[in-house]
Design a protein around this ligand. Sequence first.
Ligand code: ADP
Length: 192
Amino acid sequence: MIGLIFGPPGSGKGTQAAHVEREFKLSHLSTGDILRAEVARGSDIGKEAERIMRAGDLVPDDLIIRIVQSILRDPNVSSDVLLDGFPRTLEQAKALDEMLAQEGHKVDFVIAFKVPEDVLIERLLHRAEVEGRPDDTREAIRERMHEYRNLTEMVLDHYRKGVKVHEIDGVGEIEEIFERIRKALLPAERGR
Ligand code: ADP
């Protein structure tokens, strides 16, 4: 089972993905977390990604596609995955579809969060104070929102043509939002 989780920055997708991982026994793969770990390790990939991420821009497609490909091909990684933060561009979506098709798989479901922009900005600025993520500055937040609207929304349109896209209202308590996701995913889960 392959699921994708989409949402603008600050929509809570990381938090909800962790819940979905537990409840539906999927392994949560967050490209943002993977890149942040590379930056922390000071690897070559980390060095390449650090400045780009700090500015709120997207790292090059070929770099992130290679990373995801090597994880999905790893026999130690479960074939039940929830991808968070990937694909973010049409190019990445096509690469993913091809990777999956080679194994006879496809994307089974898509979750997409909807949250008004003023709520997102408020949450991210609050997170900046609590966690100090280097891309939670006003400038970088603006850039990340812009990338989401310009590139990632097109990826959603791509999947709407063939897969059920569950639009989830991302405003409310964490448990309440997770309940919306759980209800939406139950039919897909039964078909597993
Ligand atoms: P958010 O959704 O809050 O912006 P993420 O943790 O998903 O945060 O991603 C943080 C940053 O990591 C992005 O702004 C981008 O620089 C980089 N990144 C993550 N995933 C991708 C991807 N699929 N393609 C390109 N860049 C990515």
